[in-house]
Design a protein around this ligand. Sequence first.
Ligand code: 5GP
Ligand code: MN
Length: 336
Amino acid sequence: MNEQILNNINDIFSKKRNIVLIPHSSPDADALGSCLALYHFFIDNNNVNIISPNEYTDILNFLPGSEDVIVYENYKEKSENLFKDADVIFTLDFNSLGRARNLSSLITESSAKIIMIDHHENPDNYANIMISDSKMSSTCEMVYDFIYAVDNEKINNNIATCLYTGIVADTGSFRFPSTTSKTLKVGSELITYGVNITEIFEKLYNNFQFKRLKLLGLTINNFKKIDELPVLYTSISEQDQFINDFKKGDSEGFVNFGLSVSGILCSVLFIEKKDEGIIKISFRSKGDFKVNIFAARYFNGGGHKHASGGVSKLSLIETEKKFIVDIKQYIKENYE
Ligand code: 5GP
Ligand code: MN
């Protein structure tokens, strides 16, 4: 963090503040881990609250402090009052207000100072202090740097557990190309605070219902290949979800299986969300194949080079048809 930003931050937190921490909607381990780490960091000397735009997977309930997270959809009035009184708002693991969904207008209308900490590309210009670096493995790695710079003596087991979990989740356990030697150093440093790495792995990846395994089988079975292209895609219909007691987070990681096939560079998962009237799409890729540009151009989305998301308002079948046309076009224009 540069000196001027650090001075600004030290200035802001030189007295007791009302702080609101916000993850992106349907927060994942990196988003929630970042919020909770800062929650534990600030709690001694400030009024601090985490407000999530909506519910998130039960899998993350093991994170220390998660019982204190306020879900906006369930506590609108309380959340709105906290926004009114806020001196500082942190937006964590997102960089465009749309990803805060129903909280975006509360953020723009607030008179609080806004601090962004995020690792996605092309940040929007809404924050007073912008800590944005798309080369970072995770927002949790950036929050570690933030905490280390502001007051490293406050790092404790709770903070370390939240940060380690977010880093593991966003780097695929220190495997993805965004993992640097510094990411591993941060991981190593966090372990010195007594983080139980085996327990975190068990809680994140081996803590599901039997039906979720069945849904994985079905999703893998549904994979289709597009002739001549290094692309696989699959889908989960509303009925598949109903039969298998689908819960938020159950499909996390499913899309990656497409990339386990030799020669495949892009894997895509379509999930039917009838209640929202959309198809949610996950894109994963490797090598030079950039899915964030594809997601932004054709499916109103974005994200990282190798992991992006988007949405479609067409039916599942029509979305798949459109996707096949679009991906052929995209590969022809960019990779042939
Ligand atoms: P997932 O496939 O796990 O839902 O999302 C993968 C990544 O894509 C996320 O970490 C986020 O960076 C990005 N992403 C997912 N959905 C959207 C979306 O609707 N819009 C944008 N801009 N990015 C998204
Ligand atoms: Mn992240």
